[in-house]
Design a binder for this molecule. Sequence first.
Ligand code: NDP
Length: 488
Amino acid sequence: MTETSISTKGSNWGYAPSPESADHFKLKDQYGLFIGGKFVPAGSGKRFATINPANEKTLAQIADAGEKDVDKAVKAARIAYEKVWRKMPGRERGKYLYRIARIIQERARELAVVESMDGGKPIRESRDVDIPLAAAHFFYHAGWADKLGYAFPGRSANPIGVAGQIIPWNFPLLMVAWKVAPALACGNTVVLKPAETTPLTALLFAEICQEAGLPDGVFNCITGAGSTGAALVNHPGLDKVAFTGSTDVGKAIQKSLAGRSTKLTLELGGKAANIIFEDAAIDQAVEGIINGIFFNQGHVCCAGSRLLVQESVEQEVVEKLKARMEHLIVGDPLDKNTDIGAINSKAQCERIRDYLKVGQDEGAELFQTKCSVPEKGYWVRPSFFTKVAQSHRIVQEEIFGPVLAIQSFRTLDEALEKANNTPYGLSGGVWTDKGAKIFKVTRGIKAGVIWANTFNKFDPSSPFGGYKESGYGREGGRHGLRPYVELS
Ligand code: NDP
């Protein structure tokens, strides 16, 4: 293994490799669908490979679910709902959620390594963010299971029924937790469709449900590509659909549910403005920019992908940002030194590279760090654009990669105008040492989550969700329970 070198002015810091081992667990060669509490092959016998995006090696073969499999899963969830789960007292449901949370903690190391191998994210992030937060969501919702009466005082909260849940590839296990924990806590049963490129931790989660003794059929997992997701959405046996992913697919789902009584929540894309005022603590703000756009390779719906910096400090911020970016280590996701891992898939890598070209063709100026990247696998060096116009596609569209668009502003009103000039409304950030300014900005930006002097902070008790083309419905907190209950 080679040493990772980072050159700084006048010095050369070397980091010895520090790889997390992957020999403390064994992945199976093949994984079936999880239906009615058992792993079963797809009816068609078809499978697809899930690969490690950092080296393009196959990790396992995964069952490819068709319409008949989807039907079986929905029926298993319906039986479990009618016969067991909806009737179970909340305090008993809560015990299962607590068990699941504790088993996630017990298997945390394995889950973190598998998450990094299947999705490409740095082990530091899967170990310190994804997996602990996934456990925290189950602990949090376990607590609500017998207290729904307090969440909706004076009303009676009843489950909705069977929920079809479709999740993306950027936070695979964490999205399982965001979706499954509130659904089960409120007495619903679930059919989950993880993303084609990252099915493994959802399948390990199915094992965890078995280990926790969760009644058969309460949680079902069907793997496959977009057509499996479409078959799930179109199944007439669902009472609720929850989707996280691209705005285009979200709109298609909304259309296919039109005229049906199936409830829907959508958590879609974003193009957040991260606003730096001249009175901000600049070094701290630069760290916030880095975290905002380079966390999880920028595969984050709430990423701070548009930097709005006050003109008087623009040059200083851009220079400091360049210097800081040159220190980012890009490479092996399992190395604990790594800051930026592999791009999740070949398709996503090509998409990001297309945007890098689009930005330059539009006349923007591209900066990329000089770091080397491995030959095999999918990689994009940390990048930003300056000299961008509000109308540029790289400012308007979600790139979902480590690519930042930098614009300047002079007044607070101009910053707000630019921040809101987007079809999205998921998140935002503000950096200033003036409390009053924080309140003005947070009131002025039309977005579901706005961070002040920090970025990308998540907590199960805090609701998350968007406005406009970023979707509707909330996940987390008391608000996140509402989409999973009927109130009477
Ligand atoms: P998608 O929206 O296609 O994927 C999200 C999930 O929906 C996946 O499980 C996917 O399956 C499934 N899916 C795909 N098509 C359908 C359908 N017609 N009906 C039901 N489910 C479907 O995102 P992509 O993976 O294609 O990524 C494209 C872009 O979307 C990214 O570049 C990014 O901009 C954005 N995105 C945003 C996310 C967010 O959290 N806001 C998350 C992911 C992507 P499968 O992946 O197996 O095909």
